[in-house]
Design a protein around this ligand. Structure first.
Ligand SMILES: C[S@@+](CC[C@H](N)C(=O)[O-])C[C@H]1O[C@@H](n2cnc3c(N)ncnc32)[C@H](O)[C@@H]1O
Length: 335
């Protein structure tokens, strides 16, 4: 990642001259274009007026071909349109989607991605949906390193991840930061569906908190324990293996419920554990009813439990499937 200056197209020429004359322009990187803006790669931060924003961008090295340019060498324009441009990079491994019509090209597509992103050591294809209680998916190896274990860095934390054995999504990085902004020192937090610990460890690393991180997948638990040591938060995070109904602590100030398709089945447990605090309820909703039914459900459980619940925030986290969204409700709970 580098930094860039986002400039309206109309000012681009003049700004470029200024950047070149001050030595701030990064000559070894390609300029990017976004709608009516040009993004100039920078070597150092520069202020040329409030109207020009400094942004974080992944600039391509000059002389290096892009993923698309490599694909153009063997795909025609119709095929090119079908390649899913969005892929996940976890540590030094990439996970891509290849539509069935392009299956004969899958190895070359994988190789193209690796050539365009030199930090990628292995490429895998999604060979099924995320499924089962453990939320894992089948992968097919296409290129490079065969081991599915990697080391991923996010917000200054390190996570050992086995992309075939556990759930991990780098697309939730922003959401994890959003939760961190709400957490205060002194809190007791329960992460009901912790995986390898991306929420739990981020919170423990940045706040003086006590976290109970639960997962029922033995492989996730093993990596969670490793990640707790790797990030030096063993005094703050307790890893618990098992069904959260069996192993959850009796009381906490905050609960994180990131098991989108099934978390509603555990809302009663969250209300039992969080007597006075906040529940982050992640779920999946259809486009036509993003929040109403889910908010109603929260209120029904609150009433059953004789508690007062208030929706603090309602937010779409990301698209989940066609016309379905991963959403979150931040729910304040009072006695
Ligand atoms: C969608 S993943 C989320 C992992 C992690 N929070 C993250 O953001 O990467 C859900 C996790 O919940 C775990 N899980 C499913 N049912 C569970 C249960 N009843 N009790 C504890 N963990 C459970 C799965 O093994 C999986 O690792």
């Amino acid at each position: 990642m580098g930094i860039g200056l986002k400039v309206p197209v109309k000012d681009a020429e003049e700004v470029k001259k200024k950047l070149l004359s001050t030595g701030a322009f990064y000559k070894g990187r390609k300029v990017k274009y976004h709608k009516n803006f040009v993004i100039f790669p920078l070597k150092k931060k520069v202020y040329l007026g409030d109207e020009y924003q400094i942004v974080e961008e992944d600039f391509q090295k000059i002389g290096r071909k892009s993923f698309r340019e490599y694909l153009q060498e063997f795909l025609d324009s119709e095929e090119l349109k079908k390649v899913h441009r969005s892929f996940d990079i976890i540590g030094d491994l990439a996970i891509i989607e290849v539509p069935d019509e392009l299956r004969i090209h899958e190895k070359r597509i994988a190789e193209s991605l690796a050539k365009a992103h030199k930090n990628i050591k292995g490429v895998f294809k999604k060979a099924g949906a995320v499924k089962g209680d453990l939320r894992t998916r089948e992968l097919k190896h296409l290129w490079g390193q065969k081991s599915t274990v990697t080391l991923h860095r996010e917000h200054g934390c390190l996570f050992r991840v086995d992309i075939a054995g556990v759930y991990f999504s780098p697309r939730l990085a922003y959401e994890r930061q959003r939760i961190l902004q709400q957490v205060r020192d002194g809190e007791v937090i329960v992460d009901f569906f912790a995986g390898v610990g991306p929420f739990s460890i981020l919170l423990a690393k940045n706040r003086d908190v006590k976290v109970y991180a639960i997962d029922s997948n033995p492989r996730a638990y093993e990596l969670l324990k490793e990640n707790i040591l790797l990030n030096k938060v063993a005094d703050k995070v307790t890893a618990l293996l098992g069904d959260c109904r069996q192993v959850a602590p009796e009381e906490a100030d905050r609960a994180i419920m990131n098991l989108p398709l099934h978390s509603h089945k555990y809302l009663d447990l969250a209300f039992d554990v969080v007597k006075d605090g906040v529940i982050h309820f992640y779920t999946v909703s259809p486009e036509e009813d993003l929040f109403t039914s889910k908010e109603r459900l929260v209120m029904e459980v609150a009433e059953e439990k004789n508690r007062k619940a208030t929706i603090l925030n309602r937010k779409v986290v990301r698209p989940y499937a066609p016309r379905r969204y991963h959403i979150v409700l931040d729910v304040s709970v009072e006695d």
